[in-house]
Design a protein around this ligand. Structure first.
Ligand code: ZN
Length: 242
C-alpha cells in the first residue's frame, strides 16, 4: 500500500492511497532477459529531449554504443546505445512472431559532424528549387536537423522501414500498423507523429522511433503526446536547457 503523508494541525499522519492499477504487459518472446533494458532504472537519462531549442554540442558522444544486427544488409552495422539495441532486439523479435519480417534499421547513431554534413548535403540537393540559401535551409529543416538538433546524436533514435528509402508510404503498410501499436511495450515512441508537426517542428515520419523506456513510452502513447509535451509535464525545468 502506498501512503501519502498528510500534514495535520499538530502532527503528521498517514492515510492509504490506492495505487493505480499497473499496466499488464504480455509478450510472446521470453522478455525476462530484456526487461532491465526496456525498463531502465535511470529513466531520466532516456527522456533526453533534443530538438532545435534543445541542442547537443559536438562533444556529446554516448559511451555505450553497440551495433544492431537489425541493420539493413546493404550497409555497415548501425550503432545505438545499449538499452536501445537490446529493447529493439526484443521489439523486432516480437514483431517477427506477429508477421512483421520485412523491416530493418537504416539509420541510428549519427555524430555531430555527420549530421552537419548531411544537412549541407540536403541543402545542396534542393537549392535549385529556392531563390536563396536561407529559404532552402528553412525547407530542409522540416525533414532534416542541423547538427546538434538531431536526436540521432543521442544514440536513442533510429529509422526502420521496408522501403528502398524512408517514405511516408510506409505508414500504409501492415508492418507499420503493428510496430506503431506495439512500440511502447518495448520502450519506443513514434517521435514525429502526424498532426503534431507544429510541436515537433518535423514533418510526419512513420519510420523514426525513439527509445525513452517503457514507462515514459506508455504515458506518451496512451495520452497521444510528443516527447516535447511529455518533458514539459514531467521535467518542467528542462525549458531552461539549451
Ligand atoms: Zn530519423
Amino acid at each position: 500500500t502506498l501512503f501519502r503523508s498528510v500534514i495535520g494541525e499538530e502532527s503528521e499522519t498517514s492515510e492509504p492511497v490506492s495505487e493505480p492499477a499497473p499496466v499488464e504487459y504480455e509478450y510472446e518472446i521470453d522478455i525476462a532477459p530484456y526487461l532491465k533494458y526496456i525498463c531502465p532504472d535511470d529513466a531520466d537519462e532516456y527522456a533526453l529531449l533534443v530538438n532545435y531549442d534543445h541542442r547537443l554540442t559536438g562533444e556529446y558522444i554516448p559511451g555505450d554504443l553497440k551495433e544492431t544486427d537489425w541493420t539493413r544488409k546493404d550497409r555497415d552495422k548501425i550503432k545505438l546505445r545499449e538499452n536501445c539495441v537490446m529493447a529493439l532486439d526484443a521489439f523486432l523479435k516480437e514483431a517477427a512472431l506477429n508477421g512483421v519480417t520485412d523491416v530493418s534499421v537504416t539509420s541510428g547513431y549519427r555524430s555531430y559532424s555527420y549530421q552537419k554534413w548531411l544537412f549541407a548535403y540536403y541543402v545542396e540537393q534542393h537549392q535549385s528549387k529556392f531563390a536563396t540559401r536561407e529559404e532552402c535551409e528553412e525547407y530542409v529543416m522540416t525533414f532534416s536537423c542541423r547538427e546538434g538538433c538531431s536526436e540521432h546524436q543521442t544514440g536513442l533514435a533510429l529509422d526502420m522501414h521496408n522501403l528502398p528509402a524512408a517514405d511516408e508510404a510506409f505508414a500504409d503498410t501492415a508492418s507499420y500498423a503493428w510496430l506503431s501499436a506495439n512500440a511502447h511495450r518495448f520502450g519506443f515512441i513514434l517521435r514525429f507523429p502526424k498532426g503534431k508537426e507544429d510541436i515537433t517542428g518535423i514533418s510526419y515520419e512513420p519510420w523514426h522511433y525513439r527509445f525513452v523506456g517503457r514507462e515514459a513510452a506508455t504515458i506518451i502513447y496512451e495520452n497521444n503526446l510528443t516527447l516535447e509535451e511529455y518533458v514539459e509535464i514531467y521535467y518542467p525545468s528542462s525549458a531552461d536547457w539549451n
